[in-house]
Design a protein around this ligand. Structure first.
Ligand code: MLT
Ligand code: ZN
Length: 480
């Protein structure tokens, strides 16, 4: 039995007061966007959406909800792939949007850091860093709308992980409101600080189940000055892995992006995305989008890249390659990669897997996974693409072109099971960068080590004894 309760009208009035002017939405048209997730897989209800504009207001709201046993669902830019910020269907969970906490509190270029409030969009953080002649390297397709608090709450990945790490690696400190309303200030941001448990890491990737991140001290880097981008036809994923290894060695570890793109994904992009053009003269089965970069002016980098590609052509690991000759051409190459999810949406239903295995085992995994998927869904189209450099591909299936959407979608549970069992055999992860949300709670229970699950439940109970924080996400609200 859930410990949370249905908030009565008097309590909603109290929340309205605590959220401050313009801090509570309850008109159906205002609330509607918060009731469905980005992929439109999950639908819920809520009595209201709270939009406080300060940490103090967030703290007051959580203290009141803790006392009243009212469930709270935090939301950032609502771009999750797993339904993390969508309330359940009970209509008793209030939604807490961080969008109005959107100030940059400080920028310290000399110390390579800045402090952003949770509701700043990722792009806003990138732009502020850029104007201080610094780089905030987290980069992903939804960066114009996702928020930094959500990026941390889900430990987002993206296309620069190979060089700079996941969101978790890009944080020096956090400010978090605990479920009982106390503010945990871990914003000091020292590079070295071994004073007990490193608490910030509990909240990163917790998807709002342990508290609400309200501000982030972000790690900055020197801005890339020399940037070379190549769109390369690789023989197969095995050749791609070999090329990546070689490039890391010869460039002084300057590879910042290494993304795998199969022909079928490029074709979808060419079909559906305006102004998309194939950079190469003829079709090849596999491609890699590669970027190498350094923070100094280094004309030699382009030469090293070209020489390495030529050697790979001699070894028949690479068939052809185009190097971006200008900024707009670079952007065009990037668009071919970043619009794959959008292009795939135009191809009907898809069944998605966000998996990781050791990069050297990825070629074998893709081969075996493809055979398995096609046995279970004959005629489906396998679109396995993404972050090969991180050992993470989005192993997605698109429905057969002329097939029935519902019939294909009904295969999803069976295909997920088979693919995730395969991932487990490869000692991989069934959720590399998209998290658990509500979509993969059962998968976590099935595949996670029982000892790890026990520890997670103990932490959840210690911090959120009444279970008010984002119930039913990551962990089931009523285990057993
Ligand atoms: C990507 O890398 O494009 C995203 O993570 C989205 C996806 O799963 O397709
Ligand atoms: Zn991705």
């Amino acid at each position: 039995v859930s410990t949370t309760r249905n908030p009565d009208p008097a309590f909603i009035d109290r929340l309205r007061e605590l959220a401050g002017p313009h801090g509570l939405l309850d008109a159906p048209e205002d609330v509607a966007p918060y009731l469905v997730d980005h992929r439109r897989l999950h639908h819920g209800r809520t009595p209201c959406v709270l939009r406080p504009d300060t940490t103090e207001r967030v703290a007051a709201i959580l203290a009141a909800c803790h006392e009243a046993r009212c469930a709270v669902v935090p939301v950032g830019g609502n771009t999750s792939y797993c339904g993390g910020p969508t309330p359940d269907a009970s209509g008793t969970q209030v939604v807490l949007s961080l969008a109005r906490l959107d100030r940059i509190r400080s920028v310290d270029a000399a110390d390579f850091q800045l402090v952003a409030e949770a509701g700043c969009t990722l792009r806003q953080v990138q732009e502020v860093a850029d104007s201080a002649d610094r780089l905030f390297p987290l980069s992903l397709g939804s960066e114009g709308s996702c928020q930094i608090g959500g990026n941390l709450s889900t430990n987002a990945g993206g296309t620069a992980v190979l060089r700079y790490g996941m969101a978790r690696d890009l944080v020096l400190g956090l400010e978090v409101v605990l479920p009982d309303g106390r503010v945990l200030d871990q914003l000091k941001g020292l590079r070295k600080d071994n004073t007990g448990y490193d608490l910030k890491h509990l909240f990163i990737g917790a998807e709002g189940t342990l508290g609400v991140i309200t501000a982030v001290r972000c790690k900055l880097f020197p801005r890339p000055v020399t940037l070379e981008t190549a769109f390369v036809a690789v023989r197969d994923p095995l050749a791609a892995v070999a090329l990546l290894e070689r490039l890391r060695e010869v460039t002084g570890d300057a590879v910042s992006t290494f993304e795998l793109v199969p022909r079928i994904a490029l074709e979808m992009v060419l079909r559906h995305i305006e102004r998309a053009a194939d950079p190469l003269d003829r079709a090849y089965p596999w491609y890699a989008l590669i970027e190498v970069s350094t923070s100094r002016d280094d004309p030699g980098l382009r030469e090293v890249l070209m020489a390495t590609l030529s050697e790979a052509i001699e070894r028949e690991e690479v068939a052809d390659a185009a190097l971006a000759a200008s900024g707009p051409q670079r952007d065009a190459f990037w668009r071919l990669r970043e619009t794959i999810p959008e292009a795939q949406r135009h191809e009907g239903a898809s069944i998605k897997h966000d998996v990781s295995v050791a990069p050297r085992r990825m070629p074998e995994f893709i081969r075996e996974g493809t055979e398995l998927a096609l046995r279970l869904a004959p005629g489906a189209r396998v679109v396995a693409y993404g972050h090969l450099g991180d050992g993470n591909v989005h192993f997605n299936l698109s429905q057969p072109p002329a097939g029935d959407r519902e019939a294909f979608e009904s295969l999803a549970p069976q295909i997920h099971r088979a693919m995730h069992d395969l991932v487990a055999r490869y000692d991989g992860s069934f959720s590399a960068e998209h998290g658990i949300g509500q979509l993969k709670v059962g998968e976590l229970e099935r595949y996670e080590d029982p000892v790890a699950l026990d520890v997670m439940r103990a932490i959840k109970h210690a911090l959120d004894p009444h279970g008010i924080m984002n119930p039913g996400k990551v962990l089931r609200s009523n285990p057993g």
